[in-house]
Write a protein that binds this ligand. Structure first.
Ligand SMILES: *Cc1c(COP(=O)(O)O)cnc(C)c1O
Length: 425
């Protein structure tokens, strides 16, 4: 066995990885081991370069090892790595978050998206005194017990756990309904309205592939929550600071009661946050009875990284640049797919996109599931052979970063065309 190989890693790590999708199970083959990253590229131990569209699942909006981030981390590291006592920088970052998301009057910093959503839901339950939550089938909110539910098929809305180890009693409190389906949302509120603590939604679904909300869908959720006294929780772990500086709430003009952020917020370090109106957040310890804590919460390196990222993103210039880049890749690609009549749909929102191997419109998870995942796997490997790294699953998003140059995007366009030709030959 070769040292530095994935098969060797499997002797020590479960499945060779620390997060399942990295193991390439959905596309077959073995992942390369990353030795380093710079700008748009990852490098393995043999010096092979990969044009990266995973970008730490979106966290690296500025590209790998962005110089501003590296120096912010270095500066902060010299001043101490963790204190377990409050710092001014945490308050400064919270202030910047509120500036971007006015609905987040008060903020709590945590270390992962899972932790943010898990804590926001506990707070929603504590603040409303209700137990049930509504989520959307195919929506991902981290791996806390109550979220590993998509409720199976056939209109069965009571939670059936997706993972062993999640008790049915816990899963049953999660009601899962189809995304972009206003009547189902109405129905679930009619049936359970006074027991629903919150609706938990990715405002743009990005974990079933990219699926955008239809015209009035988010407003409908807002109205239902208002009417029934439930809280609207937007999981903006991907969309926050991505589709606009103020996330989906800025883009669509709809305010959430509680908002969860992660990924970009930490710029690649473990940092996430949740927040909302003062009257809700004050239920949280130490001001209120809902407990939540963390030894490394508000870690000074992660916070310095977050402040550095937001300082760059705040002017909006990066978003304008990403919109141009996205158009330069996806415009010609859509034309090409149409010209060739390939059964492929490209779905995008700002610098997020998915190439779906499905012929029909994709409005929700059951539409997305009609995708031909074998064709996606062939497409993925076709790209990887050409040194382009797309997510190793059909149901993920590709991420364009500041690190992707125009030349990178034209290389990608060629590689994608070739790979599609190969898949459909
Ligand atoms: C990634 C993600 C999470 C979980 O974040 P982790 O940092 O992986 O725990 C939650 N919600 C959404 C929408 C995500 O994309």
């Amino acid at each position: 066995m070769k040292k530095n190989s994935f098969s060797e890693a499997k002797r020590y790590l479960v499945g060779g990885v620390n997060s399942p999708v990295r193991a390439f199970k959905a596309v077959g083959g073995e992942p390369f081991l990353v030795a380093s990253g710079k700008g748009s590229r990852l490098y393995d131990g043999d010096g092979n370069a990969y044009l990266d569209y995973v970008m730490s699942w979106g966290a690296n909006i500025l590209g790998h090892a962005a110089p501003e981030i590296v120096s912010a981390i270095n500066r902060a590291a010299g001043q101490g790595i963790s204190f377990g006592a409050p710092t001014w920088s945490e308050a400064e970052l919270a202030r910047m978050i509120r500036e971007a998301f006015p609905s987040m009057e008060k903020v709590r910093l945590v270390s992962s998206g899972t932790e943010a959503v898990m804590s926001a839901v506990r707070l929603a339950r504590g603040a409303t005194g209700r137990k049930k939550i509504v989520k959307f089938i195919g929506g991902y909110h981290g791996h806390a017990d109550g979220f590993l539910v998509k409720a199976g098929s056939g209109g069965a809305t009571f939670g059936i756990p997706d993972s062993k180890g999640v008790p049915e009693e816990v899963a049953r409190l999660t009601l899962a309904i189809p995304y972009n389906h206003e009547e189902e949302a109405e129905k679930i509120f009619k049936a359970h309205g006074d027991e629903i603590a919150c609706v938990l939604a990715e405002p743009v679904a990005a974990n079933m592939g990219v699926v955008v909300p239809e015209e009035s869908f988010l407003q409908k959720l807002r109205d239902l929550c208002n009417h029934y006294g439930a809280l609207l929780v937007f999981d903006e772990v991907i969309t926050g600071f991505r589709i606009a500086y103020g996330g989906a709430q800025e883009l669509f003009g709809i305010e959430a009661d509680l908002t969860c952020l992660g990924k970009i917020l930490g710029g690649g370090l473990p940092l996430a946050a949740f927040g909302g109106r003062d009257e809700i957040m004050c239920h949280l310890a130490p001001e209120g009875p809902v407990y939540q804590a963390g030894t490394l919460s508000g870690n000074p390196l992660a916070v310095a990284c977050g402040i550095a990222v937001l300082n760059i993103l705040r002017s909006g210039e990066v978003y304008r640049e990403l919109a141009r880049k996205s158009e330069s890749l996806l415009g010609p690609l859509s034309d090409y797919v149409t010209k060739k009549s390939y059964p492929v749909r490209i779905r995008a929102c700002a610098s997020l996109f998915t190439v779906f191997f499905a012929p029909d419109e994709i409005r929700n998870f059951s539409d997305a599931q009609k995708s031909d995942t074998e064709k996606y796997a062939a497409f993925f490997h076709g790209l990887l052979k050409q040194g382009v790294f797309f997510p190793p699953s059909q149901f993920e998003s590709c991420f364009i970063s500041r690190g992707h140059s125009s030349q990178d995007l034209s290389i990608t366009l060629d590689a994608v065309r070739k790979s599609l030709e190969f898949v459909f030959k």
